[in-house]
Design a protein around this ligand. Sequence first.
Ligand SMILES: Cc1cc2nc3c(=O)[nH]c(=O)nc-3n(C[C@H](O)[C@H](O)[C@H](O)COP(=O)(O)OP(=O)(O)OC[C@H]3O[C@@H](n4cnc5c(N)ncnc54)[C@H](O)[C@@H]3O)c2cc1C
Length: 445
Amino acid sequence: MTQLNKLISSLQSIEIITDPPQVAKLSQDYHTFSPVLVPKLEGKVGDIVVRPANQQEVIAVAAACAKHKIPLTVRGAGTGNYGQCVPLHGGVILDMTKMHNIHWVKPGVARVEPGVKLVAIDKKARDIGWEIRMAPSTYRTATIGGFIAGGSGGIGSIQYGLLGDRGNLLGLQVVTLEDEPRVIELRGDDVQKVNHAWGINGIITEIEIPLGPAYPWAEVIVTFDDFMAAAKFGQALGNADGMMKKLIAVFASPISQYFHPLQQYIPEGTHPVLLMLAEPNLESLPGLVKQYGGKITYEKPANDKGANLGEFTWNHTTLHARTVDTSITYLQSMFPADTSLELVEHMYHHFGDEVMMHLEFIRVNGRVTPGALQLVRYSTEERLNEIIRYHEAKGVFIANPHTYIIEDGGRKIIDPEQLKFKEMVDPYGLMNPGKSKVLQCQISH
Ligand SMILES: Cc1cc2nc3c(=O)[nH]c(=O)nc-3n(C[C@H](O)[C@H](O)[C@H](O)COP(=O)(O)OP(=O)(O)OC[C@H]3O[C@@H](n4cnc5c(N)ncnc54)[C@H](O)[C@@H]3O)c2cc1C
């Protein structure tokens, strides 16, 4: 009997999927946006999928994996972009989507299970006048556990900063992968030991997040004849502290050609800015738009039916572009905080149509800063790396989305505190093995 068969027979009461096409499907994510990652992750699949319904079942799976030295890769909705939940060494895929309880929601804070979708938490919070502070554009499908372990920020980050910023995560409970698994509660700065750790530092079973006051969010499109006028309008709106906003996304022409449902609102050759703005602030918008020479072409009051603008922003922009042209890929960048946007202007002109500018304004250390998910017309990996190196040499931070190694992406070095915690909670190196340069695993097959 193999170690895997022994593991399966010890977990009789828990839902297990062994059907190979289903297991293969649940081993995938959206790394397909990267032509560099696709060949590297081809054929990487788990052996089985286990779907725990509660913490006790998670503990049983963790103990069985530790006992039989079987690798374990945790999975939420599988919308990650870097092969984060693609298993490099087979083993168990731990699908957390059955753990979707919202334990409680109080003014300013919610405690939930990891498999609950962000949209569901938001809906519940709105019932009492609060809302989630930020969400990826995959808000309707992604889980909170996957967002904490794999995401970085998104719609709402213009107000609240990034997920890793102090205060955006209040508490976490993790199950360890030891012979006798423990349940550990992390609070305060200790949450950073697991935040954005790609599921290598324990299985998250409970999460406590802060909430923000709920606003009625209007959605607006403003178009500009000049790209830099659009970008400077975005920066000025970001800096306007009296205006509550959730989203400021700026797109260089011709990106909007990929936004089919919005084309009637974006004249060809213009550069659109997509906004989510608190409805009471709508009245203050036309003055600023006029100052930068823009035109409001679409306005949707909160709760009205119509296009959901958030689903054209952040990495949904890349999704729409790739639906039309699969040769397009993307970058993830952070420009230095500089209200003149000189470096944005330089890159816009320097790369022209090869690197199409897509800005997402966010708050970084208290300053409104242009993040970017530029669309790249891919030719070769060498050219892509050249583009990345050019940005870095000029002072633009690149969180490389074309790698499945944590340190080679956004983090650059693995946090020593995360590493120490890893040694304690995963002594056999079984959790999502192969995703960090410094870690080895003791796997049996
Ligand atoms: C079109 C598109 C748009 C996107 N936009 C954004 C965006 O705006 N902002 C952003 O940050 N990301 C974005 N992403 C990436 C992704 O959607 C988000 O990060 C999302 O929150 C991931 O959630 P998930 O449930 O799909 O996680 P998964 O992809 O299933 O998992 C992500 C990582 O978390 C780990 N993990 C999952 N659950 C647990 C758990 N319970 N315990 C421990 N580890 C766990 C996994 O092992 C994996 O490493 C986008 C992706 C796509 C395809």
